[in-house]
Write a protein that binds this ligand. Structure first.
Ligand code: ADP
Ligand code: 5GP
Length: 181
């Protein structure tokens, strides 16, 4: 069984696409752990397991994570147990290093990189989402340019201009893979 990895710059539409894949029963969300504060629309245990810094460090010590990453000043980690117990393909929404760590850990994955039509459009989406300060948005845009240089490490690249078009390409790519599920 292959799992799915979605990566791409913050604000590109990963969560929007992920929600739809899950709603349509194509895969199940992998719930990462993070020390970042919960956003208004997010649900504890559904979007992330939100934990304190000390809880996170305890989990690291106990060897519970297959990969850990600090992003924008907060820690994120993927739990090994969730992968081992998965009955359906899991959907990982992780950064480039997360994807590479999963590969190094020999977790079978199909990888997709979502691209924005332009950095200007990306900035507009982040502003419209309203969950980051201008300073945070500027950091995300700066990081986006770097992340986009890694797109060729992925099995498939899809531009998220029109959401429906993008979603259908993502879904089509996943479902046409002979090792899926
Ligand atoms: P990410 O998970 O990659 O950080 P989100 O899914 O939170 O991104 O999307 C960021 C914002 O952009 C959200 O407000 C979302 O509704 C919006 N969005 C997503 N895809 C599109 C699109 N194709 N066109 C316009 N807005 C979009
Ligand atoms: P956000 O805080 O906007 O939800 O996510 C910020 C970044 O963290 C995104 O690029 C997202 O893909 C990445 N991310 C979320 N969970 C994990 C994880 O468990 N591991 C890694 N490596 N990255 C993650």
């Amino acid at each position: 069984m292959k799992h799915i990895v979605l990566s791409g710059p913050s604000g590109v539409g990963k969560s929007t696409i992920a929600d739809r894949l899950i709603r349509e029963g194509i895969c199940e969300r992998n719930i990462s752990c993070t020390t970042r504060p919960r956003r208004v629309k997010e649900v504890r245990g559904v979007d992330y397991d939100f934990v304190s810094d000390s809880e996170f460090h305890e989990m690291v010590k106990r060897g519970e994570f297959v990969e850990v990453k600090e992003i924008f000043g907060h820690l994120y980690g993927t739990k090994l147990k969730r992968i081992q117990e998965a009955k359906k393909p899991l959907l990982f929404v992780v950064d480039v290093d997360g994807m590479l760590s999963l590969k190094n850990a020999h977790i079978p994955i199909l990888t997709l990189f979502i691209l924005p039509p332009s950095l200007d459009v990306l900035k507009t989406r982040l502003m419209r989402r309203g969950s980051n300060t201008m300073e945070e948005i500027d950091r995300r845009i700066e990081r986006a340019s770097y992340e986009m240089t890694k797109k060729d490490l992925y099995d498939k690249q899809v531009i998220n201009d029109d959401l429906d078009v993008c979603y259908n390409k993502v879904k089509g790519f996943i479902e046409s893979n002979e090792e899926f599920p």
